[in-house]
Write a protein that binds this ligand. Structure first.
Ligand code: ADP
Length: 271
């Protein structure tokens, strides 16, 4: 099976998040240990891909991560994205915009973080916050956020036309699983630092966020920048599905080792 085909939001269609089981494991019938073994193998493949991407220096990869609080973006970065050599990879977290960022258009800070040729960029949250939190909290008038979907599509098409492959993951967790993860943060001394009282306000607006996500998934899944909905209650399945889709993307990009400029066999290295 192709995980990309299974989990991609077909352009122009509206995914019904209520009908997608966050505990599901589409395309995989093994257990947690089997999934982890598979992720280990895929990590090797991703590492090899990253080296070829860097050497070729002709294309770039942009990975966009979105999820509700507790959705598992950080764990995914630690367990899958870390397969990429940090020398050629940059993870950007997008938080509440600064005053200066707010004096510019919403894509200004995002464009500056886009990966150049040979590089991998990972967005831990992204320009999609500008049609998610900004919409739900009514930080700008509706006419402003409504206009942003086409701006986002144009922006992503510009990156794609400049040899950037874009894959966007929505980590889909259930309300029950979010509660479990919040309780862990409150009880586990090693997780308490993650606790943010604002997360409860966001949780209270669960339905609003689901609706906002469905709009973003429907309006902004395109052939050149597809969205994938990843069932994410099982962390091992989340890691597996994302690793599989990244590997499928890597195979399609297929960066090539550059030909050396001179005939290496003729070169003598002196004693
Ligand atoms: P995370 O929850 O991703 O681990 P933080 O706890 O630092 O990271 O949260 C970042 C916060 O910044 C989130 O609450 C998010 O909604 C907010 N944020 C990100 N981008 C924007 C934006 N464009 N406008 C308003 N808030 C934003």
């Amino acid at each position: 099976v192709s995980f990309s085909d299974l989990l991609r939001v077909t352009p122009g269609t509206r995914p019904d998040l209520a009908a997608i089981d966050p505990r599901g494991t589409p395309g995989f019938d093994g257990d947690k240990a089997a999934a982890q073994a598979r992720v280990d193998a895929l990590r090797d493949e991703l590492a090899d891909f990253q080296e070829r991407l860097w050497a070729e220096a002709g294309q770039s990869l942009l990975v966009v991560l979105q999820a509700l609080d507790g959705g598992g973006k950080d764990g995914l970065i630690r367990k899958v994205i870390s397969a990429f050599n940090p020398q050629g990879t940059r993870v950007n977290g997008f938080v509440v915009p600064t005053e200066e960022e707010l004096r510019h258009d919403f894509l200004w800070r995002v464009h500056a973080a886009a990966p150049g040729k040979g590089r991998i960029g990972v967005f831990n949250r992204s320009h999609y916050e500008d049609v998610l939190v900004v919409r739900v909290k009514q930080l700008v008038p509706e006419s402003v956020w409504q206009d942003r979907y086409r701006r986002i599509n144009d922006f992503e098409a510009l990156l794609a036309a400049n040899s950037t492959r874009i894959v966007k993951f929505y980590l889909h967790i259930s309300r029950e699983e979010q509660r479990e993860r919040f309780l862990k943060r409150l009880q586990d001394p090693k997780k308490g630092w993650k606790w943010d009282p604002a997360d409860l306000e966001t949780r209270a607006k669960w339905a609003d966020y689901q609706a906002a996500y469905m709009d973003a998934l429907e309006l902004c899944s395109t052939d050149s920048a597809p969205w994938f909905v990843i069932p994410a209650d099982h962390k091992w399945y989340r890691d597996l599905a994302v690793a599989e889709i990244l590997a499928e993307t890597a195979r399609a990009m297929d960066p090539q080792w550059p030909e050396p400029e001179e005939d290496l066999s003729a070169i003598v290295v002196p004693d």
